[in-house]
Design a binder for this molecule. Structure first.
Ligand code: AMP
Ligand code: MG
Length: 416
């Protein structure tokens, strides 16, 4: 299951920019080829495996867009109002008879247009006078009619391979009368935490320990991306145990994700473990929070080692794990597009790296949105992720932000 070649993340410089990393991942990760068929009700969030061509036009037949009166083009009032006798009635779901020339047909929203008619007057715009309807002048021919195929023509590619299905896409598939779709099989991802200081929630915690939170955050993030997750618990800071743990799961997974132990301290053993179990390319990414991120290959299975600080782990997940998962699934590139908002804070940064600042949004009196920075900066502060709305993105060239400057903002909800 070789998704990556060993040298695929080799790069020249000492620090890789976020865009370089995302570009490399998209270019070099080989997508899975396994396809499965799922019923429509389980299609949301899955990646479409093949182009889907419309098996029928939408709408499938020409119909009225409103409740009203259908008439022939020849009977359209020109210049002044006109009264026509009423004959016939067609409601949604009923077959329409052809209209009698010179007559108006009572029609309802979604009902097929009677033969010979092409324009519908809204019921609000007419008056009924005995068995006749008085139609005002000024309506354009073809008004209030939905022609067959106006939404999607038969045979047109309605959804492309690699598209990540959303509820509205599922609606489109259903509108074609299909009950199932072909999607890429779910990605199997193994998740480990590393660190002697970690205790799993539900187990006793010794004084100098803290409960492992990253693993649950990362598993939840992976599930939002549609992955099947294996929870492999906590590995101790021992090179041999780490290497053994990683090697054991490689064959059964498409991706291995670890958190912690990727810095260059003496007790950061993930690097050495990956080197002994497979091969490693250690990235120093030009990103804050998050700089150390390891990428490696173990028996053909890619491994991503995220930093241990929760905020660094979160931010690097978004910029390294998310694109890798999407690339493995063959999903079409889904770039994150920051929304311009006004800065409500001042900030200094180094040029040459990208920074993500945790912010919440406030609406100003003029209706524009302003981003306010979480008051503290530590990469270990979980409350900073909990109490904010998203991340302000400060690009590589930026060195300072003053209140009132326009900056890019990403909602947490849009990151997964
Ligand atoms: P490391 O990247 O291993 O040097 O860890 C950096 C910081 O993140 C340390 O303070 C760790 O205790 C903390 N940390 C590491 N892993 C986790 C985790 N799974 N959950 C919560 N905090 C963690
Ligand atoms: Mg550690």
């Amino acid at each position: 299951m070789a998704q990556l070649s060993d040298d695929c993340f080799a790069f020249g410089g000492p620090m890789m920019s976020v865009d370089e990393a995302v570009g490399l991942i998209a270019e070099r990760v080989t997508p899975l080829r396994d396809i499965e068929t799922v019923p429509l009700e389980h299609a949301d969030g899955r990646i479409l495996a093949r182009d889907l061509a419309a098996p029928l036009p939408l709408p499938p037949f020409t119909n009225s867009a409103v409740d009203g009166y259908a008439i022939a083009n020849a009977d359209l009032p020109r210049g002044e109002a006109r009264s026509l006798p009423l004959a016939g009635r067609v409601q949604a779901g009923a077959a329409a008879q052809a209209a009698q020339p010179g007559h108006a047909v009572r029609i309802f929203t979604g009902a097929p247009m009677p033969g010979g008619t092409d324009t519908v007057f809204m019921q609000e715009d007419v008056t009924i006078d005995g068995g006749r309807v008085v139609l005002p002048a000024g309506l354009k021919p073809g008004a209030n009619v939905r022609p067959a195929g106006e939404d999607i023509a038969e045979g047109a590619v309605a959804l492309k391979a690699g598209h990540r299905l959303r509820p509205q896409d599922v609606a489109l598939v259903a509108a074609f009368g299909l009950t199932q779709v072909e999607v890429v099989r779910r990605l199997r991802v193994a998740v480990f935490s590393t660190g002697n200081e970690l205790a799993s929630p539900g187990t006793p915690r010794a004084g100098p320990q803290l409960f492992d939170s990253n693993r649950f955050m990362l598993m939840a993030m992976l599930k939002r991306l549609g992955c099947e997750v294996s929870d492999l618990g906590i590995l101790r800071d021992e090179r041999a145990a780490l290497a053994e743990g990683l090697k054991q799961v490689a064959a059964r997974h498409d991706l291995i994700l670890t958190t912690g132990g990727v810095s260059t301290g003496e007790e950061d053993h993930v690097k050495a473990a990956v080197e002994s179990a497979g091969s490693l390319v250690l990235w120093r990414m030009a990103i804050k929070p998050g700089r150390p991120v390891a990428m490696g290959i173990i028996d053909g299975t890619p491994l991503i080692g995220l930093p241990g600080n929760p905020v660094a782990s979160f931010v690097t997940f978004v910029h390294v794990v998310r694109p890798t998962v999407l690339a493995l699934l063959g999903a079409r590139p889904a770039p994150l597009t920051p929304m311009p908002v006004r800065a409500g804070f001042s900030y200094k940064k180094k040029a040459g790296r990208r920074e993500y600042v945790r912010v919440h949004l406030r609406k100003r009196e003029d209706g524009t949105l302003e981003a306010h920075k979480f008051p503290r900066e530590g990469a270990g502060l979980l409350s900073s992720l909990v109490d904010t709305d998203g991340l302000a993105e400060l690009g590589e060239a930026v060195t300072r932000v003053e209140p009132g400057a326009m900056i890019g903002f990403l909602f947490y909800a849009d990151l997964l």
